[in-house]
Design a protein around this ligand. Structure first.
Ligand code: MN
Ligand code: MN
Ligand code: MN
Length: 288
């Protein structure tokens, strides 16, 4: 590891990927915006998983702090039987196509949460279904919520272990889910006036050729940008994603994927800068 990788990433004034308590983040929209202001951020996007519920509150807080808020969402989508994440930026949260898609996603997420609860009970994790139903009455229940529950019950030492033992694809409590296709997800985001970004392109279990096939399909479906810099990025990963963006003629985005306390190694706005070869996705959003 060289010095750049070993040191804390520099503070950016732009961070286009973060989560609130409306999905699996640990801060409410108001607290997230306050933290963003304290971190020196000037332009941010709130991108909860498959929901836009936090955007109204985020907007009020961002206006109060004088921060530019780009309305966003992170959609789960299927591509070749894998799950990929598509971040949409500059969306109109009340666009009918997006509202419909989000309604369907939330139904899928509820079904999946109940299926995971059932499976966890079967493998001896104790009462989970009533807990899940109660949590669902208050909001989203993601795999991260189950991970936190397993840690709180002392069944796993941390969230990583919870995923490795129970929740990751192929493990005992994994419940498969058929998200909408990547093509449909991109179409919904565009119908809502937004641009589509392939989130954290190196996190999918794909070879280089597989990743390039994914990026080609993403671009063909109307995708605009790759997330070149994320909170988990290294100098190497930034270089790899930059090369991909140039090769496929895509813009570049940057976002920490901040979740708060559940992933303390990721901090708001702590990001490698976009390489000077890259065209920022912000250039596509300056349309209003
Ligand atoms: Mn998440
Ligand atoms: Mn993601
Ligand atoms: Mn995310």
């Amino acid at each position: 590891m060289n010095d750049i990788q070993a040191s804390r990433p520099p503070a950016s004034t732009v961070d286009l990927h973060m989560h609130t308590t409306c999905s699996d983040g640990s801060l409410t929209p108001t607290k997230l915006i306050t933290a963003a202001a304290q971190a020196g951020l000037r332009t941010i996007a709130v991108t909860d998983h498959d929901t836009v519920d936090g955007l109204r509150e985020a907007r009020e807080a961002a206006d109060a702090h004088g921060i530019q808020l780009i309305p966003g969402v992170e959609l789960s989508a299927s591509w070749e039987r894998r799950t990929v994440h598509i971040v949409g930026l500059g969306i109109d949260p009340s666009a009918p196509a997006l509202e419909d898609a989000i309604g369907q996603m939330q139904a899928l997420r509820r079904e999946r949460a109940l299926a995971i609860a059932q499976r966890l009970e079967k493998v001896g994790a104790g009462e989970m279904q009533a807990w899940t139903a109660d949590q669902l009455s208050r909001g989203q229940v993601t795999r991260s919520h189950f991970a936190q529950r397993l840690v709180a019950l002392g069944l796993c030492k941390d969230g990583k272990q919870a995923f490795k033992r129970y929740l990751a694809q192929g493990k005992s409590a994994y419940a498969p889910v058929q998200w909408m296709s990547m093509e449909n997800a991109i179409g919904c985001l565009q119908a809502a006036g937004g641009v589509a970004i392939l989130a954290h392109p190196l996190t999918y279990p794909l070879t280089r050729n597989g990743r390039h096939r994914l990026i080609r399909a993403f671009k063909a479906a109307g995708g605009s940008a790759l997330e070149v810099c994320s909170g988990r990025a290294t100098a190497d990963s930034v270089q790899t994603c930059s090369a991909d963006a140039l090769q496929f003629g895509l813009h570049a985005s940057l976002g920490s994927d901040y979740h708060g306390a559940s992933q303390p190694w990721i901090q708001l706005g702590r990001l490698q800068p976009l390489p000077s070869t890259q065209q920022s996705v912000l250039g596509l959003l300056d349309r209003s």
